[in-house]
Design a protein around this ligand. Structure first.
Ligand SMILES: [Zn+2]
Length: 253
């Protein structure tokens, strides 16, 4: 445990230093998340594009199927007119019935195929609506993604600016800080995931949750020296209750 001379000012500095380091850590984490966020935005757009492509594919499949059926109808209509010509040239009753049977068969086929065409046309209406809807959704998604990208870009600038400001403020604090206290801070910070300072509250280190010895806590409460937690080695400070922390009202002379 490091027990320096009265160090209220240095204690304040390490608390400020910790705030800066934590803020820098948050900013860096957000910057590090940017590629992942960009990927997610790209994926959103790609998914919307896929939905448009898939709807168009269904529509074109429907149109191809309809053209195929129309060709079949033409074939049956060709046969039908051939049978009708034959019907006019038949010599026997038996031939007449045979041709009539073929005509009936071709008509039934054509009717079935025309029903199928009608079904395809109804389906095409739905698919056309689906294409339009998915195109609208893609346009909306594009707008939303553009807005998110813009916001991310602005945030990127703010984070960079914050990091620069933090770096300047940190340098000033480090300059003013007692070298030994700084060394303690840096060492604990390195070993404790970048958090070298802990508030002591109700006799407990609020980060490692170990109870402090009463005498240690009493010393911490005075905030007049650098005291490290016996358990996690973090530099401890005491945060007075808000009511007590309110600055005293000063009366003008
Ligand atoms: Zn602790």
């Amino acid at each position: 445990m490091y027990n320096g001379p009265l160090m209220n000012a240095d204690l304040e500095r390490v608390i400020a230093l910790q705030r800066l380091d934590s803020a820098a850590h948050d900013a860096q984490r957000k910057l590090a998340e940017e590629p992942e966020r960009t990927k997610a935005l790209d994926a959103r757009l790609e998914a919307a594009r896929q939905r448009v492509a898939s709807a168009k594919e269904h529509l074109s499949g429907n149109q191809n199927a309809r053209r195929g059926i129309e060709k079949d109808v033409a074939v049956h209509q060709g046969r039908l007119s051939k049978f009708r010509e034959q019907a006019m040239a038949v010599k026997t009753n038996q031939e007449y019935h045979a041709v009539q049977k073929e005509i009936g068969y071709a008509q039934t086929e054509i009717k079935t195929l025309e029903d199928q065409i009608l079904e395809r046309m109804l389906e095409a209406d739905e698919l056309t609506a689906l294409v339009k809807r998915s195109e609208k959704e893609l346009a909306d998604e594009q707008k939303a993604v553009d807005a998110d990208r813009k916001a991310m870009h602005a945030e990127h600038g703010e984070l960079q600016a914050a990091l620069e400001r933090i770096s300047r403020e940190r340098a000033a604090l480090v300059d003013a800080l007692d070298k030994q206290v700084l060394a303690t801070f840096e060492l604990v910070s390195k070993r404790r995931n970048g958090v070298a300072v802990a508030e002591a509250r109700d006799g407990i280190c609020t980060i490692c949750h170990v109870r402090l010895r009463p005498q240690v806590f009493n010393n911490v409460r005075r905030n007049d020296q650098i005291i490290q937690c016996d358990s996690c080695q973090r530099i401890l400070y005491f945060h007075a209750a808000p009511a007590l922390a309110t600055p005293a009202i000063t009366h003008p002379q």
